[in-house]
Design a binder for this molecule. Structure first.
Ligand SMILES: [Zn+2]
Length: 216
């Protein structure tokens, strides 16, 4: 493993480096990328074993981060994604903090910690809302933001909120075809009270049926 130095405390430690891979499969409805990128998630955040600083690259820390890392509130947080998300929130980067909170939820899910995943999804929603309230978008268009919010709410089992968000999203002007299909798929999932993970693959047109395999 490559070594990296911590810009908060100076300690040198072995850290995973995220492999440069592109997803070959479609993302989940909450934007989690498909494999092979999907399973590299644990390498997306480095953690200093000496001071607990967590960041994609320990050798960089924004001004003020060293002081935040030393607080008892920070040290009480689970290591990794949640700590980095918390630091971004303190620095006022609310949208980025929300994205890292969502990654924290994925990481907890991979570890089988469903309740921690739910807590992080709620945190992601709160941070995205705060970001919008502060005038900063967390995705390119309101339609995409609403589509993501629908999935966050549905995965939390907040079906009424999810259905209401679908209604709001469907009123967006010039709704892209893909978002429209996602919202209608979400409506079906909400009606089934489905809180599971689903992929954009499920929206793709099926291969033509009736195609004969030539065995001759
Ligand atoms: Zn350190």
């Amino acid at each position: 493993m490559p070594r990296n130095h911590c810009s908060v405390c100076g300690a040198v430690s072995e850290q995973p480096s995220a492999p440069a891979v592109e997803p070959a499969f479609a993302p989940d409805l909450d934007t989690r990328p498909g494999e092979p990128l999907r399973s590299t998630l644990p390498t997306w955040i480095q953690s200093c074993p000496a001071c607990g600083y967590a960041a994609p690259d320990l050798s960089y820390a924004a001004e003020g981060v060293a002081d935040w890392v030393r607080t008892s509130e920070y040290q009480a947080l689970p290591i990794g994604f949640e700590r980095h998300s918390w630091l971004l929130e303190q620095l006022g980067h609310l949208a980025d903090a929300g994205w890292i909170a969502l990654q924290a939820a994925w990481n907890h899910e991979d570890g089988g910690q469903a309740e921690d995943a739910r807590r992080c999804r709620r945190r992601a929603i709160r941070l995205f809302q705060a970001s919008k309230a502060a005038g900063h978008d967390f995705l390119d268009t309101p339609a995409e933001e609403l589509a993501l919010a629908v999935d966050l709410l549905r995965r939390l089992g907040e079906f009424e909120g999810a259905a209401e968000t679908v209604r709001v999203a469907l009123q967006e002007e010039d709704l892209p075809e893909m978002i429209d299909r996602i919202l209608r798929f979400q409506t079906a999932l909400i009606q089934r009270r489905d809180t599971g993970r689903h992929s954009l693959d499920e929206l793709m047109p099926r291969p033509e049926s009736g195609t004969r395999v030539n065995l001759g």
